[in-house]
Design a protein around this ligand. Sequence first.
Ligand SMILES: Nc1ncnc2c1ncn2[C@@H]1O[C@H](COP(=O)(O)OP(=O)(O)O)[C@@H](O)[C@H]1O
Ligand SMILES: [Mg+2]
Length: 296
Amino acid sequence: MSIKGWIIYNGNLPGTKFLDYAEMVQQAATARNVETTIYKNNELLSLLTENQLSLIPFDEQELPDYAVFADKDIYLARQLELLGIRVFNSANAIEISDDKIATYQYLAAEKLPIPKTIISPKIFFSRTIDSDLLDSVMKEFGLPLIMKEAYGSFGEQVYLLQSKEEIMEKMQDIQEKPYLFQEFVPSSYGKDLRLQVVGNKVVAAMVRTNSDDFRANVTAGGSMETYTPSKAETDLAIAAVKAINADFGGVDLLLGPDNTRLICEVNSNAHIRNLLDCTGINAAEYIMDYILEILS
Ligand SMILES: Nc1ncnc2c1ncn2[C@@H]1O[C@H](COP(=O)(O)OP(=O)(O)O)[C@@H](O)[C@H]1O
Ligand SMILES: [Mg+2]
Protein backbone atom coordinates (compact mmCIF):
# COMPACT_ATOMS: atom_id res chain seq x y z
CA MET A 1 0.00 0.00 0.00
CA SER A 2 1.41 3.39 -0.91
CA ILE A 3 -0.43 5.65 1.48
CA LYS A 4 1.91 7.61 3.65
CA GLY A 5 1.38 8.25 7.35
CA TRP A 6 2.95 10.36 10.02
CA ILE A 7 2.78 9.70 13.73
CA ILE A 8 3.17 12.81 15.83
CA TYR A 9 3.96 13.11 19.53
CA ASN A 10 5.04 15.91 21.82
CA GLY A 11 8.73 16.77 21.71
CA ASN A 12 8.77 18.68 24.99
CA LEU A 13 7.19 16.36 27.49
CA PRO A 14 9.50 14.47 29.82
CA GLY A 15 9.46 10.67 29.87
CA THR A 16 9.02 8.09 27.12
CA LYS A 17 5.26 7.47 27.37
CA PHE A 18 4.37 9.40 24.24
CA LEU A 19 7.19 8.05 22.10
CA ASP A 20 6.12 4.61 23.30
CA TYR A 21 2.57 5.27 22.06
CA ALA A 22 3.94 6.46 18.70
CA GLU A 23 6.12 3.34 18.42
CA MET A 24 3.21 1.04 19.27
CA VAL A 25 1.23 2.59 16.42
CA GLN A 26 4.25 2.40 14.10
CA GLN A 27 4.74 -1.30 14.85
CA ALA A 28 1.10 -1.98 14.08
CA ALA A 29 1.48 -0.07 10.80
CA THR A 30 4.67 -1.94 9.85
CA ALA A 31 2.94 -5.25 10.56
CA ARG A 32 0.38 -4.18 7.92
CA ASN A 33 3.08 -3.18 5.41
CA VAL A 34 2.27 0.48 5.82
CA GLU A 35 5.11 2.95 5.96
CA THR A 36 5.00 5.60 8.68
CA THR A 37 7.38 8.22 10.02
CA ILE A 38 7.41 9.44 13.60
CA TYR A 39 7.84 13.18 14.20
CA LYS A 40 7.89 15.36 17.25
CA ASN A 41 5.43 18.22 17.05
CA ASN A 42 8.27 20.74 17.35
CA GLU A 43 9.96 19.31 14.24
CA LEU A 44 7.00 20.53 12.18
CA LEU A 45 6.66 24.29 11.99
CA SER A 46 3.36 25.73 10.86
CA LEU A 47 4.06 28.61 8.50
CA LEU A 48 1.32 31.08 7.61
CA THR A 49 1.72 33.75 4.97
CA GLU A 50 -0.72 35.82 2.95
CA ASN A 51 -0.77 33.31 0.13
CA GLN A 52 -0.13 29.96 1.71
CA LEU A 53 -0.12 27.63 4.67
CA SER A 54 2.75 25.20 4.84
CA LEU A 55 4.81 23.04 7.09
CA ILE A 56 8.51 23.77 7.42
CA PRO A 57 10.66 21.92 6.25
CA PHE A 58 8.36 19.98 3.88
CA ASP A 59 7.25 20.53 0.28
CA GLU A 60 3.64 19.88 -0.53
CA GLN A 61 4.39 16.56 -2.22
CA GLU A 62 6.22 15.31 0.86
CA LEU A 63 3.14 15.64 3.05
CA PRO A 64 1.44 12.42 4.20
CA ASP A 65 -2.09 11.20 3.48
CA TYR A 66 -2.87 10.94 7.17
CA ALA A 67 -1.42 11.54 10.60
CA VAL A 68 -1.92 9.72 13.88
CA PHE A 69 -1.85 12.50 16.41
CA ALA A 70 -0.54 11.37 19.79
CA ASP A 71 -0.33 14.95 21.01
CA LYS A 72 -2.57 17.82 22.06
CA ASP A 73 -0.96 20.45 19.85
CA ILE A 74 -4.31 21.49 18.41
CA TYR A 75 -2.88 24.25 16.22
CA LEU A 76 -0.55 21.79 14.52
CA ALA A 77 -3.37 19.25 14.10
CA ARG A 78 -5.48 21.96 12.47
CA GLN A 79 -2.61 23.07 10.24
CA LEU A 80 -2.32 19.49 8.97
CA GLU A 81 -6.06 19.38 8.33
CA LEU A 82 -5.98 22.68 6.46
CA LEU A 83 -3.26 21.13 4.30
CA GLY A 84 -5.65 18.30 3.40
CA ILE A 85 -4.25 15.63 5.71
CA ARG A 86 -6.69 13.33 7.56
CA VAL A 87 -5.79 13.55 11.22
CA PHE A 88 -6.70 10.81 13.75
CA ASN A 89 -8.16 12.06 16.10
CA SER A 90 -9.27 15.29 14.45
CA ALA A 91 -8.13 18.64 15.83
CA ASN A 92 -11.71 19.28 16.91
CA ALA A 93 -12.05 15.98 18.78
CA ILE A 94 -8.72 16.50 20.55
CA GLU A 95 -9.76 20.02 21.51
CA ILE A 96 -13.08 18.89 23.00
CA SER A 97 -11.53 15.91 24.77
CA ASP A 98 -8.79 18.04 26.27
CA ASP A 99 -11.38 20.39 27.78
CA LYS A 100 -13.59 18.65 30.36
CA ILE A 101 -16.16 21.46 30.27
CA ALA A 102 -16.57 21.19 26.49
CA THR A 103 -16.68 17.40 26.77
CA TYR A 104 -19.60 17.47 29.25
CA GLN A 105 -21.43 19.99 27.06
CA TYR A 106 -21.23 17.70 24.03
CA LEU A 107 -22.19 14.66 26.11
CA ALA A 108 -25.16 16.48 27.67
CA ALA A 109 -26.25 17.74 24.24
CA GLU A 110 -26.53 14.08 23.18
CA LYS A 111 -28.54 13.37 26.37
CA LEU A 112 -25.90 10.93 27.59
CA PRO A 113 -25.69 10.22 31.34
CA ILE A 114 -23.11 12.34 33.15
CA PRO A 115 -22.73 13.51 36.74
CA LYS A 116 -24.68 16.76 37.24
CA THR A 117 -22.29 19.59 36.42
CA ILE A 118 -22.21 23.39 36.75
CA ILE A 119 -19.71 25.37 34.71
CA SER A 120 -17.95 28.07 36.68
CA PRO A 121 -18.56 31.41 34.94
CA LYS A 122 -15.48 32.92 33.33
CA ILE A 123 -13.27 35.14 35.45
CA PHE A 124 -10.78 37.48 33.81
CA PHE A 125 -8.86 38.58 36.86
CA SER A 126 -8.56 37.04 40.28
CA ARG A 127 -10.99 38.60 42.68
CA THR A 128 -12.90 37.79 45.82
CA ILE A 129 -15.00 34.63 45.86
CA ASP A 130 -18.48 34.88 44.34
CA SER A 131 -20.47 33.81 47.37
CA ASP A 132 -23.85 33.69 45.56
CA LEU A 133 -22.38 31.30 43.04
CA LEU A 134 -21.02 29.13 45.81
CA ASP A 135 -24.40 29.06 47.59
CA SER A 136 -26.21 28.04 44.37
CA VAL A 137 -23.67 25.29 43.71
CA MET A 138 -23.90 23.93 47.26
CA LYS A 139 -27.68 24.03 47.12
CA GLU A 140 -27.59 22.00 43.91
CA PHE A 141 -25.01 19.38 44.90
CA GLY A 142 -24.70 19.38 48.69
CA LEU A 143 -21.41 18.31 50.28
CA PRO A 144 -18.99 16.89 49.56
CA LEU A 145 -18.76 18.01 45.96
CA ILE A 146 -16.26 17.71 43.15
CA MET A 147 -14.36 20.51 41.45
CA LYS A 148 -12.43 19.84 38.24
CA GLU A 149 -10.25 22.07 36.20
CA ALA A 150 -11.15 22.02 32.51
CA TYR A 151 -7.58 20.97 31.67
CA GLY A 152 -5.99 18.22 33.68
CA SER A 153 -5.00 14.57 33.74
CA PHE A 154 -4.02 11.67 36.00
CA GLY A 155 -6.66 12.89 38.47
CA GLU A 156 -4.32 15.70 39.49
CA GLN A 157 -6.75 18.55 38.80
CA VAL A 158 -9.83 16.81 40.27
CA TYR A 159 -10.77 17.74 43.85
CA LEU A 160 -13.18 16.29 46.40
CA LEU A 161 -14.18 19.06 48.79
CA GLN A 162 -15.87 18.58 52.14
CA SER A 163 -16.80 22.08 53.27
CA LYS A 164 -17.58 25.58 52.10
CA GLU A 165 -14.16 26.68 53.36
CA GLU A 166 -12.38 24.02 51.32
CA ILE A 167 -14.31 25.04 48.22
CA MET A 168 -13.45 28.72 48.72
CA GLU A 169 -9.81 27.86 49.17
CA LYS A 170 -9.81 25.83 45.96
CA MET A 171 -11.55 28.64 44.05
CA GLN A 172 -8.77 30.95 45.26
CA ASP A 173 -6.10 28.46 44.12
CA ILE A 174 -7.59 27.90 40.69
CA GLN A 175 -8.25 31.60 40.12
CA GLU A 176 -9.02 32.44 36.51
CA LYS A 177 -8.38 28.98 35.06
CA PRO A 178 -11.59 27.38 33.71
CA TYR A 179 -13.22 24.77 35.97
CA LEU A 180 -16.50 23.12 36.85
CA PHE A 181 -18.43 21.95 39.89
CA GLN A 182 -19.87 18.47 39.90
CA GLU A 183 -21.99 16.21 42.06
CA PHE A 184 -19.89 13.60 43.85
CA VAL A 185 -20.89 10.04 42.96
CA PRO A 186 -20.16 8.13 46.20
CA SER A 187 -20.97 4.70 44.75
CA SER A 188 -17.93 5.15 42.49
CA TYR A 189 -15.48 6.07 45.27
CA GLY A 190 -12.04 4.84 44.17
CA LYS A 191 -13.51 2.81 41.34
CA ASP A 192 -14.26 3.34 37.66
CA LEU A 193 -14.32 1.55 34.32
CA ARG A 194 -12.07 2.35 31.38
CA LEU A 195 -13.34 1.24 27.99
CA GLN A 196 -11.18 1.67 24.90
CA VAL A 197 -13.27 2.45 21.84
CA VAL A 198 -12.02 2.25 18.25
CA GLY A 199 -14.63 3.19 15.64
CA ASN A 200 -17.79 1.28 16.46
CA LYS A 201 -16.16 -1.21 18.82
CA VAL A 202 -15.00 -1.46 22.39
CA VAL A 203 -11.72 -3.34 21.94
CA ALA A 204 -10.65 -3.70 25.58
CA ALA A 205 -11.77 -2.68 29.05
CA MET A 206 -10.50 -2.54 32.59
CA VAL A 207 -11.88 -1.86 36.01
CA ARG A 208 -9.68 0.44 38.07
CA THR A 209 -9.75 0.50 41.86
CA ASN A 210 -7.99 2.55 44.48
CA SER A 211 -8.60 1.88 48.15
CA ASP A 212 -6.71 5.01 49.27
CA ASP A 213 -8.30 7.75 47.19
CA PHE A 214 -11.62 8.65 45.52
CA ARG A 215 -9.77 8.81 42.21
CA ALA A 216 -9.31 5.52 40.41
CA ASN A 217 -6.46 6.77 38.18
CA VAL A 218 -3.53 4.39 38.06
CA THR A 219 -1.18 7.35 38.45
CA ALA A 220 -3.06 8.20 41.68
CA GLY A 221 -2.26 4.72 43.01
CA GLY A 222 -5.11 2.71 41.46
CA SER A 223 -4.77 -0.84 40.22
CA MET A 224 -6.27 -2.31 37.06
CA GLU A 225 -7.98 -5.54 36.21
CA THR A 226 -9.31 -6.70 32.89
CA TYR A 227 -13.08 -6.29 32.58
CA THR A 228 -15.85 -7.55 30.32
CA PRO A 229 -18.27 -4.68 29.75
CA SER A 230 -22.01 -5.19 29.45
CA LYS A 231 -23.89 -4.26 26.28
CA ALA A 232 -25.17 -1.08 27.97
CA GLU A 233 -21.63 -0.04 29.00
CA THR A 234 -20.31 -0.80 25.52
CA ASP A 235 -23.05 1.24 23.85
CA LEU A 236 -22.50 4.12 26.24
CA ALA A 237 -18.76 4.26 25.61
CA ILE A 238 -19.22 4.20 21.83
CA ALA A 239 -21.85 6.95 22.06
CA ALA A 240 -19.49 9.06 24.20
CA VAL A 241 -16.69 8.85 21.63
CA LYS A 242 -19.13 9.73 18.84
CA ALA A 243 -20.51 12.69 20.83
CA ILE A 244 -17.12 14.41 20.67
CA ASN A 245 -16.58 13.31 17.07
CA ALA A 246 -13.56 11.19 17.88
CA ASP A 247 -12.40 8.15 15.90
CA PHE A 248 -11.14 6.38 19.00
CA GLY A 249 -10.72 7.09 22.67
CA GLY A 250 -10.61 5.81 26.22
CA VAL A 251 -13.88 6.38 28.07
CA ASP A 252 -14.07 6.49 31.87
CA LEU A 253 -17.39 5.39 33.33
CA LEU A 254 -18.42 6.05 36.92
CA LEU A 255 -20.54 3.56 38.81
CA GLY A 256 -23.78 5.32 39.62
CA PRO A 257 -26.53 4.23 42.01
CA ASP A 258 -28.56 1.10 41.13
CA ASN A 259 -25.94 -0.15 38.69
CA THR A 260 -26.29 2.87 36.42
CA ARG A 261 -23.25 4.22 34.59
CA LEU A 262 -22.20 7.83 34.15
CA ILE A 263 -19.65 9.09 31.65
CA CYS A 264 -16.75 10.71 33.50
CA GLU A 265 -14.33 11.44 30.72
CA VAL A 266 -13.40 10.79 27.08
CA ASN A 267 -9.65 10.66 26.45
CA SER A 268 -8.83 11.13 22.77
CA ASN A 269 -5.19 10.27 23.51
CA ALA A 270 -5.65 7.46 26.03
CA HIS A 271 -2.56 5.54 27.06
CA ILE A 272 -2.70 2.19 25.39
CA ARG A 273 0.37 0.68 27.09
CA ASN A 274 -1.42 0.26 30.45
CA LEU A 275 -4.29 -1.34 28.61
CA LEU A 276 -1.97 -3.79 26.84
CA ASP A 277 -0.19 -4.68 30.08
CA CYS A 278 -3.49 -5.26 31.85
CA THR A 279 -5.63 -6.91 29.19
CA GLY A 280 -3.11 -8.29 26.67
CA ILE A 281 -4.97 -6.33 23.98
CA ASN A 282 -3.01 -3.93 21.80
CA ALA A 283 -5.34 -1.06 20.84
CA ALA A 284 -2.75 0.14 18.30
CA GLU A 285 -3.60 -2.87 16.12
CA TYR A 286 -7.26 -1.87 16.09
CA ILE A 287 -6.40 1.77 15.52
CA MET A 288 -4.33 0.93 12.41
CA ASP A 289 -7.02 -1.41 11.05
CA TYR A 290 -9.58 1.34 11.58
CA ILE A 291 -7.44 3.99 9.86
CA LEU A 292 -6.75 1.77 6.85
CA GLU A 293 -10.44 0.99 6.56
CA ILE A 294 -11.41 4.67 6.68
CA LEU A 295 -8.79 5.58 4.05
CA SER A 296 -9.57 2.71 1.69
N1 LIG B 1 -18.16 13.16 40.00
C1 LIG B 1 -17.34 12.23 40.47
N2 LIG B 1 -17.71 11.43 41.53
C2 LIG B 1 -16.87 10.48 42.01
N3 LIG B 1 -15.63 10.25 41.51
C3 LIG B 1 -15.20 11.00 40.47
C4 LIG B 1 -16.03 12.02 39.90
N4 LIG B 1 -15.35 12.61 38.90
C5 LIG B 1 -14.15 11.99 38.84
N5 LIG B 1 -14.06 11.02 39.78
C6 LIG B 1 -12.88 10.16 40.03
O1 LIG B 1 -11.72 10.91 39.73
C7 LIG B 1 -10.97 10.32 38.66
C8 LIG B 1 -10.36 11.39 37.79
O2 LIG B 1 -11.37 12.19 37.16
P1 LIG B 1 -11.35 12.51 35.61
O3 LIG B 1 -12.49 13.43 35.36
O4 LIG B 1 -11.31 11.26 34.83
O5 LIG B 1 -10.00 13.35 35.46
P2 LIG B 1 -8.56 12.95 34.84
O6 LIG B 1 -8.56 13.49 33.45
O7 LIG B 1 -7.58 13.66 35.68
O8 LIG B 1 -8.43 11.45 34.85
C9 LIG B 1 -11.98 9.43 37.94
O9 LIG B 1 -11.32 8.37 37.29
C10 LIG B 1 -12.87 8.95 39.09
O10 LIG B 1 -12.27 7.87 39.77
MG1 LIG C 1 -9.73 10.13 33.78
